[in-house]
Design a protein around this ligand. Structure first.
Ligand code: BGC
Length: 381
């Protein structure tokens, strides 16, 4: 994977920057005046290294910030909330001028962010919104509702109801599905779920689709911490309760994340549904274009994923950080969608793409996100 270099930020160490922190909600004495890029410290807090996407995000943000001349403190928190809180405290104590934060629990960082605001440190929420606080200044993310729509569209395409242009094919066979959602403490999970369920609704309403277990409310189908083993266990329980231990008909599963999809696939394979879609594995969606799952798509095991180019998200975060470093406001393209319970956070939203077997080459390999060898081996180099 080429993780950096989408775009060089036009700043060098020699450029004098006014870290005026104009956009900062805290807006106190901290940080003002001119500083050279290398004197600006950016703290980058990422949730976990257990999922490849966050490693790629961390690498891309770090390298792009460094190219722009900033000093970077990148930390991963192992999906442990107190650890992330501690890392943020430490970054602030160490003199961070700007924070970029991908939270684990979107409501657990209020104390840290209040402290940041009191020191005039702008906070950029990265990919996941930080909720219940005034002290978040900007949000860079993908259009999360649309990601959910795309997950459902990919499932509907795999089931034959939509064609490759996502137009209805006219198929009116009745099929059985199950639904999984992401972590209830991650604001994105509800957006994905809502986008997906709104898209599936007409098919559920007219009976072309049925959720075999009847389980469709968010709390029941959510997966704490997006955990693969938790998803595998829920699928195993469903196979026992609803699918006669593996002989019952199950055509598709809505899955919100590649790690969750891999857990579900393991459960299905163990229950005898086969090892490929051709052999009888239900059609599965995903998210993040993780390399292990891209290989599974290539091999006809998983049907689709959603590609969110982490390099572009990193560039958006670095642009926002640079704006604050220059004493100006980052440019938002959405000032309505992301209400964190206290305020609507100005956001910059990026677009995502559906990847089935047919899109691996044009979207993932041609853009140098993954190489052909990586796709063949399923391992990032
Ligand atoms: C991200 C997804 C990711 C999930 C699990 C979400 O907040 O937006 O891209 O699949 O977390 O890591």
């Amino acid at each position: 994977m080429k993780r950096n270099g989408m775009r060089m930020v036009a700043l060098t160490g020699a450029v004098a920057l006014g870290l005026g922190l104009a956009g900062c909600s805290g807006g106190s004495e901290g940080g003002g005046g001119d500083a050279a890029a290398e004197d600006i410290q950016v703290g980058v807090a990422m949730p976990t290294e257990t999922s490849e996407r966050w490693i790629a995000d961390g690498d891309a943000v770090k390298s792009q910030l460094e190219e722009a001349g900033y000093e970077v403190d990148l930390q991963f928190a192992n999906d442990d909330i107190p650890r992330q809180q501690q890392q943020l405290d430490q970054m602030i104590t160490n003199g961070a001028d700007i924070l970029i934060v991908a939270s684990i629990d979107g409501t657990a960082l209020a104390t840290q962010l209040e402290n940041a605001a009191s020191k005039g440190i702008p906070v950029i929420a990265y990919d996941r919104l930080i909720n219940g606080t005034e002290d978040v200044d900007f949000y860079v993310t993908f259009d999360n509702y649309t990601v959910g729509v795309q997950q459902a569209q990919s499932l509907l395409r795999g089931l034959g109801y939509l064609d490759e242009n996502y137009e209805e094919t006219g198929l009116d066979e009745e099929k059985i599905i199950e639904v999984f959602a992401g972590s209830p403490d991650d604001n994105n999970a509800t957006f994905f779920y809502n986008g997906a369920m709104d898209t599936l609704k007409p098919f559920l309403d007219d009976g072309r689709l049925t959720i075999g277990s009847g389980q469709d409310d968010f709390d029941t189908v959510s997966t704490l911490r997006w955990d693969q083993a938790t998803a595998q266990k829920r699928m195993e329980d469903l196979i026992t309760s609803t699918y006669d231990g593996g002989s019952g008909q199950l055509d598709g599963v809505l899955s919100p994340f590649d790690g969750i999809s891999r857990g579900i696939i393991t459960a299905l394979e163990n229950a005898g549904y086969g090892s490929t879609i051709e052999e009888g594995l239900p059609v599965l969606s995903g998210q993040d274009a993780e390399i292990a799952s891209v290989k599974m798509i290539e091999d006809g095991v998983q049907y689709a994923t959603i590609f969110k180019d982490t390099r572009k998200l990193a560039t958006a975060a670095v642009d926002a950080a640079s704006a604050y470093a220059e004493g100006s406001e980052p440019e938002a393209n959405d000032t309505e969608s992301y209400d964190n319970g206290v305020k609507v956070v100005p956001s910059f939203l990026l677009e995502s793409d559906i990847v089935t077997q047919a899109e691996i080459q044009p979207l993932l390999i041609d853009s140098e996100y993954w190489t052909e060898d990586e796709v063949a081996s399923g391992v990032a180099e």
